[in-house]
Design a protein around this ligand. Structure first.
Ligand SMILES: Cc1ncc(COP(=O)(O)O)c(C=O)c1O
Length: 498
């Protein structure tokens, strides 16, 4: 080895500039023309695999400019663009461009935000970001928490804090098998699948979940909830957590949070809010009432990579008393020298959650919050909701569409051909199959991307607008596309089925 080591993986300043400038040029062009592209090309698996080839692991290296040019080409030509104005699928937002710059900068510094000593300014930025997120959604800024990879992880983190707070303390040493009472958790039937994963992963088992029915408006029925809690207590179970959803994944409904908070208080149960999607809407003054009770939550999950328009991945767990996170996750192995700071106010994030080494995902959230401020978010989120209203109203007034639900920025609707009237069971089955087929056609077509929801046994097309690029014109065109594809699919389908 020479005195001045020159590793092959290093890139010279000149080359980094050259390749980096070209990449930034290509990215700017991509962002500027995203609306002119197809949402997705729906390439076949065969085509995608052919593009990559069957080559084995390269033995030797290749030039950086060639590799970056090739990757740019592949990604810009063969991706699904959730940043497209007509992408309304699932709950994935258009990504704030400043987030791309933030991720580049964060990866460059490569702060390990597991320990303060390894990431001094990054840790403080994460701390400030979490404080701002609490302020943003209108809870006390004394809530603490941690940024995680997304909604599942944010809810898992809170689930474990709840278990620490409300289950017998011996779990930590003896394991869940040694708890004599059955631990139970409560949530509405429409709760996202994370709750099942959590029950399995954290030892409670899926039978510990009490799936509470919803009322006519799709909110958790709090009267049934309270009855179920009472029954469980009578039968010797130990209720540890109730999950209220603020913006359910299928229809965007916000549960009656205040009512849940009262039940939690009465029976000494942890109150968790899954606000992964919807809780940012609480920033809109007119919607404050809808989120009444949020301040009483013991924990809240929210996802900056959903309605705060941050690039994947970033979720957040907020906990009213963050000590429960430390009690759950902290450990002090002898090989860590992380507690020798003169101030005990420093924070080591490895003690607040699952991860040990952690990336600097806070930077993009911190910068986006400053780029647009609270007022910018109020405007963008209100506009998304207005566009959802427009989609719902246009569907309602269209003779071939049935508008089913509208809450926050989620709309469900379905296509009903003009020649099908007086819906009976058989016709309902057909409409369900037809709409499923329409959804598949729409997703393959690449003009628009919607997803689906089953609402009271109806298979619906579902649009979720967490997209600052979507405009009124897009919504009008989406209606036309749905009806055009609906007609064509019915024509094709009808011959086979009726
Ligand atoms: C209400 C709700 N909770 C949790 C999640 C899971 O979030 P993630 O996909 O980021 O893990 C979602 C995802 O859509 C959601 O809508």
């Amino acid at each position: 080895m020479s005195d001045n080591r020159k590793a092959q993986i290093e890139i010279s300043k000149e080359e980094f500039r050259k390749v980096g400038y070209k990449l930034i040029d290509d990215i700017s062009e991509f962002i500027d023309t995203i609306d002119k592209r197809q949402v997705t090309k729906n390439d076949s698996l065969k085509k995608l695999r052919n593009l990559l080839g069957e080559g084995t692991l390269p033995e030797n290296g290749k030039p950086v400019d060639e590799l970056i040019a090739n990757a740019t080409n592949l990604l810009f030509r063969h991706s699904l663009f959730n940043g497209h104005p007509k992408f309304l699928g699932y709950i994935t937002s258009s990504a704030a461009p400043i987030g791309a710059l933030a991720d580049l900068l964060a990866a460059t510094v490569n702060a390990n935000v597991g320990a303060h000593i390894l990431s001094p300014i990054a840790t403080e930025i994460e701390r400030q970001t979490i404080k701002w997120l609490a302020e943003f959604i209108g809870v006390s800024s004394s809530y603490g928490g941690i940024l995680v990879s997304g909604g599942n992880m944010a809810n898992f983190t809170a689930f474990l804090a709840a278990r620490t707070a409300k289950a017998p303390k011996l779990i930590k040493e003896k394991g869940i098998d040694n708890v004599s009472e059955k631990l139970v958790v409560y949530c509405s039937k429409t709760t996202h699948t994370w709750v099942e994963k959590a029950a399995i992963l954290f030892g409670l088992g899926t039978e510990s979940i009490r799936w509470i029915q919803t009322d006519a408006t799709n909110k958790m029925d709090n009267a049934v909830l309270e009855e179920t809690v009472k029954e469980d207590v009578k039968n010797g179970c130990k209720p540890i957590m109730i999950v209220g959803t603020a913006g359910d994944v299928s229809t965007g409904v916000v549960d009656n949070l205040k009512g849940i908070a009262t039940i939690c208080k009465t029976y000494d149960i942890w109150f968790h809010i899954d606000g992964a999607y919807g809780v940012p809407a609480s920033v809109i003054p007119e919607l404050e009432k809808l989120f009444h009770g949020i301040k009483e939550a013991d924990s809240i999950a929210l996802d900056p990579h959903k309605w705060l328009y941050n690039p994947l991945e970033v979720g957040c767990t907020l906990v009213k008393n963050p000590q429960y996170l430390i009690d759950t996750f902290s450990s002090h192995p002898e090989y860590y020298n992380f507690t020798n700071n003169e101030e005990d106010l420093t924070q080591n994030y490895y003690e607040f959650g699952f991860q040990n080494s952690r990336g600097f995902r806070a930077l993009k959230v911190w910068l986006t919050l400053q780029q647009v401020g609270r007022s910018g978010y109020v405007k963008m989120i209100s506009e998304d909701i207005e566009l959802a209203e427009l989609l719902f109203e246009l569907a309602k007034s269209h003779p071939e569409l049935e508008a089913i639900t509208h809450n926050l920025s989620i709309v469900t609707l379905r296509y009903i051909p003009l020649d099908i009237t007086n819906l009976d069971k058989k016709k309902e089955d057909y409409i369900n199959q037809l709409n499923e087929a329409i959804l598949n056609e729409l997703q393959k077509g690449g003009e628009v991307f919607l997803s689906n929801a089953i609402v009271k046994e109806k298979y619906c097309l579902r649009g979720c607008i967490v997209n600052f690029r979507t405009s009124k014109k897009d919504i009008e065109e989406i209606i036309e596309i749905i009806v055009r594809i609906g007609k064509a699919t019915h024509l094709k389908f009808n011959k086979k089925l009726i």
